[in-house]
Design a protein. Structure first.
Lengths: 430, 287, 459
């Protein structure tokens, strides 16, 4: 060591390569910055995990629906065979319940007992009888959902070991439920109602079908409007437009439009489509139009990027063989840019599917118990349905809301996966 | 990433050639030892980029307070070797260096050596001038500040002035020290970068084609500066230009396809090269 | 007849037009003429002339029909139903008439309404019939006109190109029309609002309680429209969001660009971007379900009183949503700093941290600032998280554990449910919307400028 110092010709107290306290402080600062970075990423990712995790866990109870099976007797006189819809099915069900619990006779107790069963039982019975009128006068088995509290009792959401004051079911209700279990009348099949039922006030009957249909119509309109218009606008701006103040204005305008808060589009829809043009409130057509205005900038920007990526040599080659500008674009440039355009469009539609605020303003958060027949009928959409359920006080809606979110996220994951697949599959390097 | 393994890579014809030339080069330097002490001494240096080997078993001694020019056709490994001397290759993930490089007898690839300290002692100037987007003053003061050589104030002012004077830039910029360094002309920017390197008081300055982005007049100024600097610093310069090598360097090393072919006094190499390939390159038959 | 069927008929007619035009041109050609354009272009020309005007007619008709019929209906109503009555009352009467016409009877409507309902039904059917007739006439006229112009030297291709070019122009102008529509609708409704509530009171008033009295003699709530507490709540929650998002986003970007190896980067970066793809309604539910109760419990365990809709919960969750914005903008900005800057600093013996702090971050600052401004604009305009997790009452507080309300929350609350376009309560939402639009627009313009300048610097 000492001879190297001598060699360097510059006498120093310490060889140049020996670290000192200052250096270790500098390296400590470096490690700190690295730790901050790791901590930031861990924080962000753990939040993502918490979000997905808690929603998946809360959604889990909604995967199954607790059903009860009863023997029902439909007496000859109770239902008119010529008008089977008009029968008083609740009464028939009540007597079926009474056969299992003959000792329950006080009106207050009977009310408590009925709270275990879903209000939808009578409709399930009615639909069965309407589809099979021969059942009138017979005794047969029918399955229908337990009520919200029955469902939660079955799934253990309600802790039966809690003292009476802290739980939402009475001791009698628990005993009755246990008797149903003992008689093997309770089952918990997969909850198809969540997808195929329309909305309802009762969590055990509520489903997403109306919202899914509404969202489908809205996205269809959104696609039909924003896809052709977006591509046309992008083609004009990228391939034809002269560079002047007007096209500059259009360009700045499109970039800013992409960053306008979504709720402002809702205000536009309310003022223009509903108020000025008098279009129907809560209808998917209005929702679709508002969403298409929001998606338009996304599609225009994606299309322009895709068009830019097509090398000029392709255009020159087409022009060179005598094609017009329009033919060049239509026959060569657009087809080559199409994968990029479609990718951008799918991503834009995925954003539109999750958009909530503008749909609230045009009334797509209405309580509607049937799927819309057409895009002019009032309807909800997937995100607004989530909003309605999240706002509902019934406990059963918490897990249904989470389940609906999982459905929404599932659609988004699929759409984005398709977009990523297309990008990878058709990615072309010139 | 970096191994200290000095054992020779074996079994390849290429290695054999490299070995021969290595020995040859060493012999040539040894013959004229004594005029200048050895500052940097490399033995069996090989560089790999992932699977690809870019430098084969280079052995060379670089004398103190002289200008050593690395010449050769592009892609011959001269810049790669230059970047080994201050371990700039460490910043490239896939790059690994084998062999031994000593500065003043200390192995710079020893794990105990901190590249931060090494680079304070071995400055570097790049192909394209790269002043930071800061004022001229802050560009120079950056190095002394991070190394804690001087805090702000008169001590720092002095370092800035001395460095700019040594880089021959003081008179041109002394009135606008607080304007951005990016506003200078290309030649001035490059001299600013040299001043920035000088400010941390290095022993060695590495220059990677410092004039390739400059016009002839700016080039002349930088070359003049290099000539002045060699009284204080050991300078290693990579250059494409034979004329530049002839003008500024006392010794020259010729690289070809990742091998060090020949090391000699610049005059001698240009008039009387030992190796056929060197001759072909100098006379312009390739490269 | 449904609109989609009408569109199908127009398409069919256009196809017929195409075939006719092409056949015409082919006939010209086989009789020995030299055509300027190939026959299909003659076909396209006829098809465009057939389809386009008819298509536009249907759109305009659909847009205008209901309001025209409403006007006619109101004009035909007997005086006692319309004169000296508020607009809200008239729209109620209109609604009743339409219900009656659709067969939904509630009680016994008065005879004038019954008569009007009949008129309404007949006007509806007349209008539908007229639409079909007019559309078909226009389509056929288009075919006739276009066919008359076909000739051997007719420049069909140039004409088709021109028509298409105009279509493209119209489409790109539509984006401008959207902005115009936003501005007009916000400004017009806001003007109506400001005619009732003075602008200065709205912008600088300290008291916000938009519930207007239901009965005229009611004293309790008179409706106050001083929006300062609402603006404050918006700024406060956005600030909390940025407080979370800025360090997390920036540090993760620094780590990903400068420290992480390729493999980690290729995993973490898309994961962070997932955060940007999650719909905000999901974040809102997450805030209500998990974050707000957690903060509340945590506060209680420290003996603090935390509102269930605390600004901290809403702002914090919004911050999580914004992390990917900050991180991807910072990532782009830091990556765009040329490698030579890093080389320069490392060659002087700087450590990574010194290089980042003193060279890379100052150089990337404009890009980062642009991204932060866009993120702020995003936070201000964010709706669903605050609608679900923030409060409804406008409080002027700097305590993050209390609830505050925001501009977007107020817009949604004021407009949700049945809205009459008449009360100051509804119009106030448009006033707030105008403020929101202007402030986010200003932020966006500045941000885009900053980012653009920054890009130019290194290109």
């Amino acid at each position: 060591m000492s001879d190297t110092t001598a060699q360097s010709g510059k006498p120093k107290e310490r060889a140049w390569y020996e670290p000192d306290a200052k250096l270790s402080r500098r390296h400590a600062a470096d490690r700190r910055l690295r730790i901050y970075g790791v901590a930031a990423i861990v924080f962000a990712l753990s939040m993502l995990a918490t979000l997905v995790g808690t929603i998946a866990i809360t959604a889990a109870p909604a995967v199954t629906q607790t059903m009860v099976t009863l023997e029902v007797e439909v007496p000859e006189g109770a239902v008119d065979p010529s008008d089977p819809r008009g029968g008083s099915y609740q009464k028939i069900l009540n007597s079926a319940v009474a056969r299992i619990f003959p000792e329950v006779d006080a009106p207050r107790e009977q009310r408590e007992l009925r709270q275990l069963f879903s209000n939808g039982g009578q409709y399930a019975l009615r639909d069965k009888v309407v589809s099979e009128p021969s059942l009138i006068g017979q005794t047969f088995e029918i399955s229908f959902p337990l009520s919200d509290i029955g469902d939660q009792l079955h799934k253990g959401v309600i802790d039966r070991d809690l003292p009476r004051e802290q739980r939402r079911v009475s001791d009698e209700q628990i005993a009755w439920y246990d008797r149903l279990v003992a008689q093997d009348r309770i089952s918990a099949p997969l909850n198809f109602g969540l997808i195929f039922n329309a909305d309802s006030r009762f969590p055990e009957l509520a489903g997403l079908w109306g919202a899914l249909v509404g969202s489908f119509y809205a996205l269809l309109i959104c696609f039909l409007v924003s896809f052709p218009v977006g591509i046309s606008a992008a083609v004009y701006l990228e391939e034809f437009a002269p560079k002047n103040r007007l096209t500059d204005l259009i360009e700045v305008n499109i970039n800013n439009l992409a960053a306008v808060p979504s709720i402002v589009f809702g205000l536009l829809g309310l003022a223009v489509f509903l108020n000025f043009f008098g279009m129907p409130r809560s209808a998917p057509i209005v929702g679709g139009l508002v969403l298409s205005l929001m998606t338009l900038p996304t599609i225009i920007i994606a299309t322009r990027a895709a068009l830019k990526a097509v090398p000029p040599s392709i255009r020159e080659a087409a022009i060179g063989v005598g094609a017009s500008k329009m033919q060049t674009v239509g026959h060569h440039v657009l087809p080559l840019a199409m994968p990029g355009i479609l990718t951008g469009t799918i991503i834009g539609l995925a954003q539109a599917l999750g958009e909530t605020a503008p749909l609230l303003l045009i009334g797509m958060n209405a309580f509607i118990t049937a799927a819309p027949d057409s895009m002019f009928n009032p309807s909800t959409a997937l995100p607004t349905q989530i909003y309605i359920w999240a706002d509902s006080p019934e406990r059963g809606f918490t897990s249904r809301t989470s389940a609906a979110i999982i459905v929404l996220l599932g659609f988004l994951v699929c759409m984005n996966a398709i977009a990523i697949y297309m990008r990878k599959r058709f990615e072309r390097r010139w | 990433m970096t191994t200290l393994d000095t054992t020779e890579p074996s079994g390849m014809i290429m290695t054999k050639t490299a070995d021969n030339t290595g020995t040859l080069a060493k012999a040539a330097t040894a013959a004229r030892a004594g005029e200048h002490e050895t500052k940097i001494s490399a033995a069996g240096v090989s560089v790999f980029y992932g699977e690809k080997q870019a430098l084969f078993d280079v052995t060379i001694d670089i004398p103190a307070r002289q200008v050593m020019a690395f010449i050769g056709p592009s892609g011959c490994g001269k810049s790669t070797f230059l970047r080994c001397i201050n371990r700039m290759n460490d910043t490239i993930d896939i790059c690994s260096v084998k062999g031994r490089i000593e500065i003043d007898g200390a192995d710079i690839y020893d794990p105990k050596i901190d590249p931060v300290l090494l680079r304070a002692r071995v400055g570097m100037v790049f192909q394209k001038p790269n002043p930071f987007p800061k004022s001229i003053y802050d560009n120079i003061a950056y190095g002394p500040r991070i190394h804690g050589v001087a805090k702000a104030g008169s001590a720092m002012d002095e370092i800035v002035e001395t460095s700019l004077q040594r880089a021959g830039l003081w008179n041109e910029v002394k009135d606008r020290l607080h304007e951005p360094g990016t506003g200078l002309s290309g030649g001035q920017q490059q001299r600013l970068c040299i001043a920035r390197a000088i400010a941390v008081n290095p022993d060695v300055i590495l220059m990677d084609e410092p004039c390739s982005a400059l016009d002839p007049i700016a080039t002349a100024k930088v070359e003049e500066l290099i000539d002045e600097l060699r009284t204080r610093y050991t300078i290693v310069i990579v250059t494409h230009s034979m004329q530049q090598a002839a003008r500024v360097s006392q010794k020259a090393a010729f690289f070809h396809l990742g091998n060090l072919i020949e090391v000699d006094e610049t005059d001698r190499m240009f008039t009387n090269p030992t190796d056929q390939r060197t001759q072909d390159y100098i006379t312009g038959r390739f490269g | 007849m449904s609109v989609s069927l009408l569109f199908a008929i127009i398409m069919a007619l256009a196809l017929v037009g195409y075939l006719l035009g092409r056949a015409n041109a082919s006939a010209l050609k086989s009789s020995g003429n030299t055509l300027h354009s190939i026959p299909p272009y003659h076909g396209y020309y006829v098809a465009l002339w057939c389809g386009l005007p008819a298509f536009v007619l249907v759109l305009i008709w659909q847009a205008a029909q209901s309001s025209v019929i409403d006007q006619l209906l109101i004009a035909s109503l007997p005086a006692h139903l319309t004169e000296g009555v508020s607009a809200a009352r008239i729209s109620l009467v209109l609604g009743e008439i339409k219900n009656v016409a659709a067969g939904r009877l509630f009680g016994t409507p008065e005879p004038a309404v019954l008569a009007a309902a009949e008129r309404y039904a007949s006007m509806q059917s007349t209008a539908s019939l007229a639409l079909v007739v007019c559309t078909l006439a226009v389509a056929v006229a288009g075919i006739a006109f276009a066919r008359a112009r076909l000739a051997p030297d007719f420049r069909a291709r140039n004409n088709v190109d021109n028509i298409l070019r105009w279509l493209l122009i119209i489409c790109s102008v539509l984006a401008v029309l959207t902005t115009l529509g936003i501005i007009l609708s916000l400004v017009i409704e806001s003007l109506a609002f400001f005619s009732r509530v003075p602008v200065l009171e709205f912008l600088f008033g300290m008291n916000w309680s938009p519930q207007t009295p239901i009965r005229a003699d009611q004293v309790a709530s008179t409706g106050a429209f001083g929006a300062v507490p609402v603006f404050w709540g918006t700024i406060f929650i956005s600030a909390i969001a940025m407080f979370v998002a800025l360090p997390v986003g920036l540090f993760s970007a620094i780590y990903l660009v400068e420290y992480a190896d390729k493999r980690i980067r290729s995993i973490v970066k898309p994961l962070l971007e997932i955060l940007a793809g999650i719909p905000t309604i999901v974040y809102g539910f997450f805030a209500v379900l998990t974050v707000a109760p957690f903060i509340r419990e945590f506060g209680l365990s420290l003996g603090l009183d935390v509102a269930s809709n605390s600004a901290l919960a809403a702002g914090g969750v919004m911050g999580i949503m914004i992390i990917p914005f900050i991180s991807s903008f910072s990532d782009d900005a830091i990556s765009a700093v040329p490698q030579s800057m890093r080389d320069g600093a490392y060659a002087l013996g700087a450590t990574k941290a010194e290089t980042i702090r003193q060279v890379l971050l100052p150089a990337a600052l404009p890009g980062i600032v642009g991204g932060v401004l866009l993120a702020v604009s995003r936070a201000i305009g964010e709706t669903m998280i605050v609608v679900m997790a923030a409060g409804l009452t406008a409080t002027l507080t700097a305590n993050p554990l209390e609830g505050v309300t925001t501009v977007t929350v107020q817009i949604v609350t004021l407009l949700i449910g049945d809205t009459e376009f008449d009360s100051p309560k509804t119009l106030a939402a448009f006033g707030l919307g105008l403020v929101l639009f202007i402030s986010t627009l200003a932020l966006n313009i500045v941000a885009l400028q900053v980012v653009k300048r920054y890009r130019e610097r290194y290109e």
